[in-house]
Design a protein around this ligand. Structure first.
Ligand code: GLU
Length: 465
């Protein structure tokens, strides 16, 4: 049997971190078992549907490297097929037409409420004679749910979950306008796609009992279920905007690496002993449903940052340059080949300090600047013109423009002019060369900039009005 998992998001918003984790688990499970992950858009809610949400989900999956197999299916486009199955169940006596008017339903709802019943529909059309059907009402189709006994969902994460069948009503599968309900569409699609494993959020666990009624009515094989607990915010409340970024694109825009995100999301709800850093290759080998946690995970922003810092350190420098350049360009700084070469030369140091690509961009942007550039307020306050002039003279005399020689010259200047305090020399130098007060070792940075460029920048800073 080929394992087929699926990711069926509803495009009613930008791609959420919870969807990303669900997709990751489906993807890993499929990969682990040499199977497939299919991608279906649950776009039947036309009022909330927007194409940019579909794009956001596609972009999110692509960014995370979670590839899907086969074409992207649209649930909405499959509505005729869903209706066909509803009619098939009708013919087989597993479902029936219900002609209740909205008023009748309202009455039943009131009555059930007063009696404290969980379900309200009294099944009045289940065994009614079709000859008594009113002509002026377009019927819905309802499924025949079991009348007594219990239903069990064997869930790979939650264990066996049982409900009393009295809690399951004869729910609608086809509306009076001929459109399928979500419950029907999901089952028909999963069946037609050959889905063997349904790995999804546990907010769908209750739906599972209803969906199984359809599987049984059709004589279809029920998939393996694994319902994942929610992701909570650090305070234990459902993860929301108020805790911080919840959209996948936001993490990309803040400079997180996709492999860091994968590692972090993997650990957010699954574990392999005490391992924290788990490469994707390793995850594919190890991922299973037995070690998915049963209790909800809390999103830990600091931990995600640390995982990201780890992967940044591991990342190839040329790749990091490629990833960082757009962040620098977003600051309005054009990056040419010289800028790129300097970034590459400085990358070991930049990445050793960084938690995000954005931080590398902030601290490395000066490599790509050209005169005239701006100085931030702190940098301006550090532009000690007399010292800068001295530095400029000394640096122009250095033939081998290396970090060691530059540092030695600065130490000399500090001894002669600043009671040996190197900071009094290094800080103005940093401010002048970078326009900021935060950068990697300024001696090394100066070497990377080259003597010509460093001298030009010093002159520019000295002459600044
Ligand atoms: N469309 C549903 C959601 O986005 C997923 C349903 C399912 O996995 O069965 O929550």
């Amino acid at each position: 049997m080929t394992v087929i998992t699926r990711i069926p998001p509803s495009p009613t918003g930008l791609m959420h971190i919870g969807t990303a984790r669900t997709a990751l688990y489906n993807w890993l499970y499929a990969k682990r078992h040499n199977g497939q992950m299919q991608f279906r858009i649950e776009d039947t809610d036309r009022a909330r549907y927007a194409p940019e949400y579909v794009e956001s989900i596609k972009d999110g999956l692509t960014w995370l490297g979670l590839t899907w197999d086969g074409p992207i299916l649209s649930q909405f486009e499959r509505r005729d097929r869903h209706a066909e199955i509803a009619l098939e169940m009708l013919k087989a006596g597993k479902a029936y037409y219900c002609y209740c008017s909205p008023e009748e339903l309202e009455e039943m709802r009131e009555k059930a409420k007063a009696e404290g019943q969980v379900t309200f529909y009294d099944r009045r059309w289940r065994d009614a004679d079709p000859a008594t059907a009113p002509r002026d009402i377009k019927p819905v189709i309802r499924i025949k749910a079991p009348l007594s006994g219990e239903s069990v969902v064997h869930d790979r994460v939650q264990g066996d979950v049982t409900v009393n069948n009295e809690q399951l009503d004869d729910f609608i599968i086809l509306r009076s306008d001929g459109t399928p309900t979500y419950m029907l569409a999901v089952v028909v699609d999963d069946h037609d796609m050959g889905v063997t494993h349904v790995i999804r959020g546990d907010d769908h666990l209750n739906n599972t009992f209803r969906q199984n009624i359809i599987y049984e009515a059709m004589g279809w094989t029920i998939p393996v279920y694994a319902h994942l607990p929610l992701i909570l915010g650090p305070d234990g409340a459902k993860l929301s905007k108020r805790h911080g970024a919840t959209g996948v694109a936001e993490y990309a825009n803040m400079g997180y690496l996709p492999e860091a995100m994968r590692n972090y999301l993997l650990r957010l709800g699954w574990s392999h002993g005490d391992d924290e850093i788990i490469s994707t290759e390793q995850a594919i080998e190890w991922f299973d449903l037995d070690h998915v946690h049963r209790s909800p995970a809390r999103f830990d922003f600091a931990k995600l940052e640390n995982v990201n810092a780890h992967y940044i350190k591991e990342a190839d420098n040329t790749r990091l340059v490629d990833l960082v350049v757009p962040f620098i360009e977003k600051k309005g700084i054009a990056v040419d080949t010289t800028g790129r070469a300097r970034l590459l030369a400085g990358m070991d140091e930049l990445k050793s300090r960084a938690k995000t690509l954005l931080q590398i961009a902030d601290e490395g942007a000066f490599y790509c600047r050209s005169i005239p550039y701006d100085f931030d307020d702190k940098a301006k306050a550090n532009l000690d013109k007399a010292i800068l002039q001295t530095i400029r003279e000394r640096l122009s005399g250095i033939t081998e423009f290396t970090a060691a020689n530059i540092e030695a010259a600065c130490k000399d200047i500090a001894n002669q002019n600043a009671e040996g305090k190197l900071g009094k020399v290094a800080m103005p130098l940093r401010a002048a060369l970078t326009g900021t007060t935060v950068s990697p070792s300024i001696f090394h940075a100066a070497e990377i900039l080259s003597r010509d460029e460093a001298l030009k920048r010093l002159e520019f800073a000295v002459n600044l009005k």
